[in-house]
Design a protein around this ligand. Structure first.
Ligand SMILES: NC(=O)c1ccc[n+]([C@@H]2O[C@H](COP(=O)([O-])OP(=O)(O)OC[C@H]3O[C@@H](n4cnc5c(N)ncnc54)[C@H](O)[C@@H]3O)[C@@H](O)[C@H]2O)c1
Length: 379
C-alpha cells in the first residue's frame, strides 16, 4: 500500500523534518529538508548559493512534493542546501564532505540531485563519497549502464519536457504553422528547449541571457548560438553571426514579437509590471517561479495561456523518480529506455497542461491547486 506522509496546509511549508548538517573542515552551513515521503522515499536537488536558508529550502521541498505528485510518482519531495560562508575553496572536498555527512540520509531513502549552484560533476562526487547509486535503491529500475552514464544521455530532459508542454498546447489549440519563439534563458533548460522546438519546425526569434537579448526576426541560427554559448548559458557576443541584433536592456526580450514565450531563467522574470508588455499568446514557465503569482493570474485574465512551472519543468525529477521507484521498466537497452522515458514524461506533461487549460477555461482561479487537491496534496 502506498504510504504518503506530509504535513497538512500551513501558512509556511511545514516539512516532515529539517536536518542541520555540520561539514567538518568546510566553511559552510548546510541543511537537508524533507517535505514528504512516500513509502519512505523522497527526492530533490542540492542548492548551493550564498543566501540559501531553511525557509527557502522548505518552500522548494514543498514544490518538489507538488511536482512529483502531479506526475503521479510515488516519491516525496525534499531539498538540500549548502551555504558557503565565503568563497568556495576546495570544491571537491566540500562535495565529498557533504556526501559523507549525508550518507545515512541517502541510504535511508533520500535522493539528492543537483540544483542551482551544483553540477552533475558535484553530484557524482558526493554520490561517490556516500557510496550511493540510484540503481542500488531496492526496487529501482535496472539499467544497462551506470546511472551517471545514463543521466548524461538524458541531460536535455527538462528542456525536452518544457518543449513538450509548448508543443502539446499548440497541438491542442489546433496550431499547425511554425511559431515565433522568444527564449529567456539559454542555460541547460533553455538550450534543450530551443533544440526540441526548432526540431519541431518552430523559429527562435530571440534569446536572452544574463547579458541581454539577441534577436533575429528571420530566425536565429540555434546551432551557431550553441557553439558560442558557455556551460553557464552566457553567449559570447564576440562570436555571433553578423545577421543578429543585440540589445543590452534587462528585459528587451519582452518587446520582441513572438507567439510563444519560454521563460527559463530567474524567478519573477515576468512580474506585475511586465505583464502588459508580454506579446506572446502562450507563456511557458520553464524556470521555477518564472512568473510572480499575481502576474500569472493577470496574464490569464488578459487571455494568455500560461503553462505553470510545476507542471512543465518536471522532466529531470521525473526521470530520476521513475527509475528510483522502479516505474521505468528494467532490462531495456539505454536507447529503448530513453525512448520509453521521453514518451512517459511528455505524455504526463501534455496531459497536465491540458488539464490546466480545462480548469482555467472553467474559471478556476488556481488550476494547479485544484489538481493537487484532487490528489489529496496540501498546497
Ligand atoms: N536544469 C534543470 O534540470 C532544471 C529543472 C527544474 C527547474 N529548473 C529551473 O529552470 C531555470 C533555468 O535552469 P538552468 O539549469 O537552465 O539554469 P542555467 O544556470 O544553466 O542557465 C540560466 C540561464 O538564464 C540566464 N539568465 C540568468 N538571469 C537572467 C536574466 N535576469 N535575464 C535573462 N537571462 C538570465 C543565464 O545567462 C543562463 O543563460 C531555473 O529557474 C532552474 O531552477 C532547472
Amino acid at each position: 500500500m502506498t504510504q504518503l506522509l506530509h504535513n497538512g496546509p500551513t501558512q509556511a511549508p511545514s516539512p516532515l523534518f529539517t536536518t542541520t548538517l555540520s561539514l567538518p573542515g568546510c566553511d559552510a552551513d548546510a541543511w537537508v529538508v524533507v517535505d514528504s515521503t512516500v513509502n519512505g522515499l523522497a527526492m530533490g536537488g542540492t542548492r548551493m548559493t550564498a543566501t540559501v536558508d531553511q525557509s527557502e529550502l522548505a518552500a522548494l521541498a514543498r514544490a518538489m512534493t507538488h511536482k512529483l505528485a502531479l506526475v503521479d510518482l510515488p516519491i516525496g519531495g525534499a531539498k538540500a542546501g549548502i551555504r558557503p560562508r565565503g568563497a568556495v575553496g576546495d570544491r571537491d572536498a566540500l562535495m565529498r564532505t557533504f556526501g559523507q555527512v549525508s550518507r545515512p540520509l541517502m541510504h535511508g531513502g533520500l535522493y539528492l540531485g543537483c540544483d542551482q549552484g551544483t553540477t552533475q560533476a558535484d553530484r557524482d562526487t558526493f554520490f561517490a563519497a556516500a557510496g550511493y547509486d540510484v540503481t542500488g535503491v531496492p526496487g529501482a529500475t535496472r539499467l544497462d549502464v551506470e546511472w551517471h552514464q545514463f543521466y548524461k544521455t538524458m541531460s536535455d530532459i527538462t528542456g525536452f519536457g518544457v518543449a513538450a508542454a509548448a508543443l502539446g498546447t499548440l497541438e491542442a489549440q489546433g496550431v499547425r504553422t511554425p511559431q515565433r519563439v522568444v527564449l529567456q534563458g539559454f542555460g541547460a533548460v533553455g538550450r534543450a528547449a530551443a533544440l526540441h522546438l526548432t526540431a519541431a519546425g518552430h523559429q527562435i526569434v530571440a534569446v536572452a541571457d544574463v547579458l541581454g537579448t539577441i534577436e533575429d526576426p528571420a530566425g536565429l541560427p540555434v546551432d551557431k548560438l550553441l557553439e558560442c554559448t558557455g556551460i553557464d548559458g552566457t553567449i559570447d557576443r564576440g562570436k555571433l553571426p553578423f545577421s543578429v541584433r543585440t540589445h543590452d536592456g534587462d528585459r528587451a526580450w519582452l518587446t520582441v514579437g513572438a507567439d510563444l514565450l519560454v521563460l527559463a531563467a530567474n524567478a519573477d522574470a515576468v512580474d506585475e509590471s511586465a505583464v502588459s508588455s508580454v506579446r506572446a499568446g502562450i507563456v511557458v514557465e520553464g524556470g521555477n517561479m518564472s512568473c510572480s503569482k499575481p502576474a500569472r493570474r493577470m496574464l490569464r485574465d488578459a487571455g494568455h495561456t500560461v503553462l505553470p512551472d510545476v507542471v512543465v519543468n518536471v522532466g529531470g525529477a521525473a526521470l530520476t523518480g521513475t527509475v528510483i521507484t522502479g516505474i521505468a521498466p528494467s532490462g531495456l537497452t539505454t536507447p529503448r529506455l530513453s525512448a520509453w522515458l521521453r514518451d512517459w514524461i511528455s505524455t504526463k506533461i501534455k496531459k497536465n497542461c491540458a488539464l490546466v487549460q480545462e480548469l482555467t477555461a472553467s474559471g478556476s482561479p488556481d488550476p494547479v491547486a485544484e489538481l493537487l487537491t484532487a490528489r489529496n496534496i496540501a498546497l
